[in-house]
Write a new protein. Structure first.
Lengths: 445, 180
């Protein structure tokens, strides 16, 4: 692992990364409200209910002067790492003097406490009112620096800066990219009120993208994370819309005779696959993101639905009952004979590719239960990851480590996440009402 | 359940008593009722004068007459099926006849499915049900553009218990007249 000399701070000003995400302006369309409003009681609470097989012991020392800022950084970093299920926090209190610079770290202390890595840092208020946030990740055994970054952030950007720090620590210690700076979308239902919301991956800072008295289902992130496609029933039938998260503008991309649903983006971000019934039966079509140039992809009298592209755009997975029961098929995205991929049981639906394209998650019915499973494309091996009764809508985190899905506990709709080895489990609940139809957003560019 | 429904149909047709209320539309505009629409009746044979035939008064729009079979707007389906069962064929026939006689009238058939399984697959199952209703109507001479089959999947259930008594109510196609 390369050592970054203490003097070389490498850091991208967070402004470039943060800018577009936090400008969620909304279009206004009667009778719906697209409000750039914080969702009422707008957070999801996350509990961890299962942890990984091995956990890195890490100590995170509160950064110098972070206590006086609008958002202390280290609590967010610690919460992110603990939530991943593969880190254990080592007590970082009671060390005098508190280390903030490499030369202040007493490695014997940390070795004695069982920490394998120590995180130290500083926060400085700049003359223009922003903050300079610096951190270093120190290897306790080797007594060297593993990573060091500097960020310039406004007060409202401190939370995202903490997520970025957690991403770096996660990647340095596990080898996998972190997904703490990502966002999720889901539909919150209270009575007859439906709200499509976007929140940070830790459930904080939920914003309402669309509020409606009619159902909203199937939100799908564009590859660059700037747009959401979704199905809205505001016209008393399902219609596919694409909405910009940066401008709030939206257009109906598929509003044909009959039903329009199941949108999914091609990796080039310029086209979507959708399911239309305009020619009789549910069939898969390709359409440009501006609604032009419709092309039919499946040609059966069966149900063909739930299309999903491979990350390289070459393959399309979908659900079909052409063989008599709903199963998952794969076909070349350019057209060609589909191959059946699932052979266990009589109900396998909702396929979604992993980010590395080597496997897909899906829902498998076992008896009366519907559970999240993963199938390896090469070996066709299936692993069932959950044991709820009505699990739905699985999607991978963009680093492939966790799968987010919807489930029901005591009659209430909640979200859950499970690691791809089935060990780490999280539950995300809203204060009131049901949450469903989650989709995990992409890694920040 | 079957017997109850047949009984209700018979009661509706013969006695003119109030039947299952039509599906409510959330947030829809107030229906524009057009009174006085007369449906052609087949020629009546001269009555036996010893006993006057009881005839129903022409009260107006048969679509809004609770005693008319046209007030029945829902067709229920078996699990994993889009077959129109015998007890619902009279309803489909009646609406088909009305549409054939009123070629500028249009309906949407809203297909529904019970909650079990994927939402998008249930959209497709609901769609199969609404298309089955349309197909039967087309066989009776209704034009394709008079019937738009759509689906709500599991999104607009009439009840929410996780039990067959509820699921059976949600496996349903609803006929919705457009612009009325």
């Amino acid at each position: 692992m390369g050592v970054i000399p203490p003097e070389d701070f490498v850091g991208q000003p967070p402004d470039k990364i943060l800018g577009s995400w936090y400008r969620l302006v909304l279009a206004f369309l009667v009778p719906l409200s697209f409000a750039l409003s914080p969702a009422a009681r707008g957070a999801l609470t996350i509990e961890i209910i299962g942890s990984g097989a091995t956990q890195y012991p890490v100590a995170i020392v509160p950064f110098r002067a972070e206590a006086g800022t609008p958002q202390p950084v280290t609590p967010v970093v610690a919460a992110d790492l603990v939530r991943s299920g593969v880190f254990r926090m080592v007590d970082a209190g009671g060390v005098s003097p508190t280390p903030h610079e490499p030369q202040e770290v007493n490695y014997a202390t940390w070795r004695a406490r069982g920490a394998e890595a120590v995180v130290i840092g500083t926060v400085v208020l700049l003359p223009d009112g922003r903050y300079d946030v610096r951190f270093r990740l120190m290897d306790v055994a080797k007594q060297t620096q593993l990573a060091g970054f500097a960020y310039t952030a406004s007060g409202s950007q401190l939370r995202l800066t903490a997520h970025k720090i957690a991403d770096v620590i996660y990647e340095k210690l596990t080898g996998d990219k972190g997904a703490f700076s990502t966002r999720i979308t889901y539909v919150a239902k209270r009575g007859n009120r439906y709200e499509l919301q976007v929140a940070d991956a830790d459930g904080v800072a939920a914003q309402t993208i669309l509020a409606s008295n009619e159902p909203i289902i199937s939100p799908a992130w564009s590859p660059d994370g700037n747009q959401l496609a979704y199905v809205s029933f505001e016209q008393r039938k399902p219609v596919v819309y694409v909405q910009s998260l940066t401008t709030g503008g939206r257009r109906a991309v598929a509003n044909f005779w009959g039903s329009n649903s199941a949108p999914t983006w091609a990796p080039d971000g310029r086209r979507l696959a959708v399911v239309l019934t305009k020619d009789g039966g549910s069939q898969i079509y390709l359409v440009n993101a501006d609604g032009s140039d419709l092309r039919r992809l499946t040609q059966t009298s069966a149900i063909d639905t739930e299309p999903n592209f491979s990350p390289d755009g070459a393959l399309l997975l979908f659900t079909s009952d052409r063989g008599g029961s709903p199963q998952i098929y794969g076909m070349p995205a350019t057209g060609g004979e589909p191959q059946r991929l699932t052979f266990e049981g009589t109900y396998n639906v909702t396929p979604r590719f992993s980010p590395d394209g080597k496997s897909f998650t899906f829902i498998q019915r076992n008896g009366t239960r519907f559970n999240v499973a993963v199938q390896d494309l090469a070996t066709r091996q299936v692993q069932v990851l959950t044991d709820g009764s009505l699990d739905e809508s699985p999607s991978f985190a963009p680093n492939g480590r966790m799968i987010l899905y919807a489930t029901e506990v005591k009659g209430r709709g909640i979200l859950s996440a499970v690691s791809s080895d089935g060990r780490v489990k999280q539950r995300l609940t809203a204060d009131a009402g049901d949450v469903r139809e989650p989709a995990w957003g992409p890694l920040p560019k | 359940m079957k017997r109850l429904l047949i009984g209700a149909l018979m009661a509706g047709m013969l006695a003119g008593c109030s039947t299952t209320p039509t599906k409510e539309q959330d947030g829809a505009a107030v229906e524009d009722r057009k009174p006085g629409m007369v449906v052609d009746r087949p020629p009546v044979k001269p009555a036996d004068t010893t006993k006057p035939l009881a005839t129903k008064p022409m009260t107006g729009d048969p679509l809004t007459d609770p005693g008319n079979i046209l007030s029945q707007r829902s067709i229920f389906f078996d699990y994993d099926s889009n077959l129109i069962k015998d007890e619902f064929k009279p309803i489909v026939n009646a609406h088909a006849r009305y549409l054939q006689q009123n070629p500028s009238t249009r309906i949407r058939v809203e297909g529904n499915a019970d909650e079990r399984g994927s939402r998008e697959y249930n959209i497709a199952l609901g769609q199969r049900r609404s298309e089955a209703v349309k197909q039967m109507m087309q066989l009776l001479g209704v034009k394709a553009n008079q019937v738009e089959p759509v689906s709500f999947g599991e999104e607009k259930p009439r009840c929410t218990e996780a039990a067959e008594s509820c699921w059976s109510q949600n496996r349903r196609g609803d006929i919705v007249y457009q612009g009325r």
